[in-house]
Design a protein around this ligand. Structure first.
Ligand code: PLP
Length: 453
């Protein structure tokens, strides 16, 4: 082994970290991971992430013309390098000729993934620099609202994200937040109520898109509400981007003024985010909000990994996978309900679902809580997260066992090879009995409407 090989091997250089990586790899292989915001990143994406691009500093952006070039013209390396020598770029560093190409390619592939017949890729602007979904959302605030302005989003406790105005987040501290929630009667958004709220409070920014609301968004309704009050409409598709790229969830392009998405959830890419828009003025505001407004040097290695993930997202296999994920979630929902469990929001038509644990009570009157349920499930090899649910006034936690979006776990792998109904019914059978093991199980049947009261 050469000296170079010796020091590049984690096992030789740092056996402790090497052991931890091995252990985590095994955990991911052995457990059924049902966390909706996670996916098992494909090896090619991880290879790009670990590439030499990690060593490059590239504050700034590629030339505008390069960012707009088609993927086929970006592939003409000699021509692109000649342009770089002649025009350079808008960076503060030299040595970024290849960084420019990976950033531009990642952006163009993002545009291809979310293009619609009315909004082709050539007319979509993409910024692939946000370090994660929260950073992307903060850049939108920075670009379009001033401290103290009114912003409307879904409450964190009802299914929204921290950055949609939670009191614990900078957004909740810096802006005047008006929150909407799902209807207690139907478990779904009532767009006429959101319209009334908007007319009353006249927000400057309206955020559509959710973290744990399991129903599809109605983008035309959000557009109408934003138009009525003259607000900017942000569609946050952090969770649903993979399904949208596959055509199994409505696409907000053409309705939203600006779209934020993460690349590591259903898109199965590296940890990162993308901001899309169809208006050059909005795109320019977004660019300067990200850099120099919020961030310094972008993660160039991540551009390469995003580009790989977005190429994969355009394959028939990825589309099949996303279709299967949605089917799996609905099979699981059906099976859990047949087991006597109540689903928060009444069900799902996306990749995630939440069980209302308040319906799970043992003989001593103990009501199951999200932390305990998720620990027990982890012990038996099923990884979920706990989450608040609408009307969760007593601070009880629900667990949130959506489908793992990537299909590399045993559960999804089996489901894709066999009859998903059979597999997910098996999984569902486990849950109530395991959660109350050792006690006589009593599931309190309640109608969905009563749960929210
Ligand atoms: N927006 C939504 C709707 C999310 O669900 C999340 C994360 O779960 C984010 C933004 C933030 O993404 P990140 O964790 O990458 O900052």
């Amino acid at each position: 082994m050469s000296n170079k090989e010796r020091i590049s091997s984690i096992a030789k250089l740092d056996p402790q970290i090497s052991t931890l990586i091995g252990a985590e790899q095994l955990r991911q292989q052995e457990k059924i991971i049902l966390i909706p915001s996670e996916s098992l990143t494909p090896p090619a994406v991880r290879e790009a992430l670990g590439s030499v691009f990690n060593s490059v500093y590239a504050e700034g952006y590629p030339r505008a013309a390069m960012r707009k070039s088609s993927p086929s013209s970006l592939a003409k390396l000699d021509q692109q390098l000649a342009c770089y020598r002649r025009y350079a770029d808008w960076r503060f560093y030299k040595g970024t000729e290849f960084a420019d190409l990976v950033e531009s390619l990642a952006g163009r592939r993002a545009a291809q993934c979310f293009a619609t017949p009315d909004h082709p890729a050539e007319r979509i602007y993409a910024n692939v620099q946000p370090l994660s979904g929260a950073a992307a959302n903060l850049a939108i605030y920075e670009a379009f609202v001033d401290p103290g302005d009114t912003v409307m989003g879904m409450a964190l406790t009802e299914g929204g994200h921290l950055t949609h105005g939670s009191e614990f987040n900078i957004t909740g501290k810096r802006y005047r937040i008006v929150s909407y929630s799902a209807s207690p009667q139907t478990g779904k958004l009532d767009y006429s109520q959101i319209m009334q709220l908007a007319k009353k409070h006249r927000p400057r920014l309206i955020i559509g898109g959710f973290t744990s609301y399991p129903w599809q968004a109605d983008w035309p309704e959000f557009r109408q509400i934003a138009d009525e009050v003259g607000a900017i409409f942000l569609a946050d598709i952090a969770h649903t981007a993979g399904m949208i790229a596959a055509g199994v969830y409505p696409n907000p392009i053409g309705y939203a003024d600006v779209v934020t998405l993460t690349t590591h959830k259903t898109l199965c890419g590296p940890r990162g985010a993308v901001i899309l828009s169809t208006d050059p003025g909005i795109a320019a505001l977004v660019d300067s909000a990200i850099f120099p407004g919020e961030q310094g040097g972008p993660h160039v290695n991540k551009f390469a990994a995003i580009a790989v993930a977005l190429a994969t997202a355009q394959t028939p296999e990825f589309k099949d996978l996303q279709r299967q994920i949605v089917k799996n979630a609905s099979y699981l929902a059906e099976a859990l309900q047949e087991e006597g469990l109540t689903l928060a929001y009444g069900g799902t038509n996306t990749h995630l679902l939440l069980v209302d644990l308040r319906t799970l009570v043992n003989d001593t009157g103990f009501v199951m809580m999200g932390e305990i349920a998720s620990r027990i499930l982890d012990l038996v090899g099923i990884v979920c997260n706990k989450n608040t649910i609408p009307g969760d006034q007593r601070g009880r936690r629900a667990w949130n066992p959506p489908r793992n979006p990537v299909g590399h776990t045993a559960g999804n792998g089996e489901a894709r090879n066999g009859d998903p109904r059979a597999n997910h019914r098996q999984g569902a059978n486990l849950n109530p009995s395991i959660l109350l093991s050792g006690t006589q199980r009593r599931v309190i049947p309640r109608k969905a409407s009563a749960v929210y009261s």
